[in-house]
Design a protein around this ligand. Structure first.
Ligand SMILES: [Zn+2]
Length: 219
């Protein structure tokens, strides 16, 4: 079942790898599934599988308790983080976890990225926070990530990587790329020794636009 949705996950995982957002088998991608019986399910990449040879049948379907419903392989180690995002964010239908270089620089420095470019606010919702460190795959990491992301579409995970979300897979991929692009711009600007954030009134306007599309909580 869900072959079309699983294909979406495979294609997004390959694109994530091709664009250099992860190395090797790192990172993971999931999609919320619609189930006629009302079960809350997601399709997610398996643990430790090379993206080049990843097939539709390798994608694992799990319920919101983390129990496998379909597939032979072990679901990603970060499945709990994806589940907690779907529980907290009703409009989110796709989640992508990456380890890109510039986000990781910010993750190591533990520096929040202020609102510095327009599309960052309209697509991500404003500043990009850094979630407190917790071990990969742990419930604490899931909790810290969801809490630091809040109503926005992306967050950086301390000493680890990044997490991006969207209403569909294409949007989550766009946010993943934009997040890394924003981190790169910020790191380079810091190197120049000068960062001018967007004017507060512009951020307010653009946040209102973001909230009109993605809002489910108050920003
Ligand atoms: Zn990771």
């Amino acid at each position: 079942m869900w072959d079309c949705e699983k294909r979406d996950v495979v294609e997004a995982a390959r694109e994530m790898a091709q664009k250099g957002l992860v190395s090797g088998t790192a990172g993971n991608v999931s999609l919320r599934l619609k189930d006629s019986s009302g079960r809350r399910l997601l399709a997610i990449t398996p643990s430790g599988r090379d993206y080049d040879s990843l097939g539709v049948d390798d994608i694992v379907v799990v319920d919101f308790e983390g129990q496998r419903v379909e597939g032979e392989l072990r679901a990603s180690i970060e499945t709990v983080m994806h589940i907690e995002v779907y529980k907290a964010r009703k409009k989110v239908n796709a989640v992508i976890h990456t380890h890109p270089v510039f986000c990781s620089v910010i993750a190591v420095a533990g520096m929040e990225i202020p609102a510095i470019i327009d599309e960052q606010v309209t697509y991500i919702g404003g500043e990009i926070k850094v979630a407190d460190y917790a071990l990969p795959g742990s419930p604490e990491l899931a909790k810290n990530a969801v809490s630091a992301m809040g109503p926005r579409n992306a967050v950086i995970l301390a000493n680890h990587g990044a997490l991006s979300v969207g209403r569909d897979m294409r949007e989550a991929l766009t946010v993943s790329e934009l997040l890394e692009r924003t981190a790169k711009i910020y790191v380079i600007a810091l190197g120049l020794g000068k960062v001018k954030p967007l004017p507060a009134e512009v951020v307010e306007l653009e946040r209102a636009f973001f909230a009109s599309i993605y809002g489910e909580n108050k920003l």
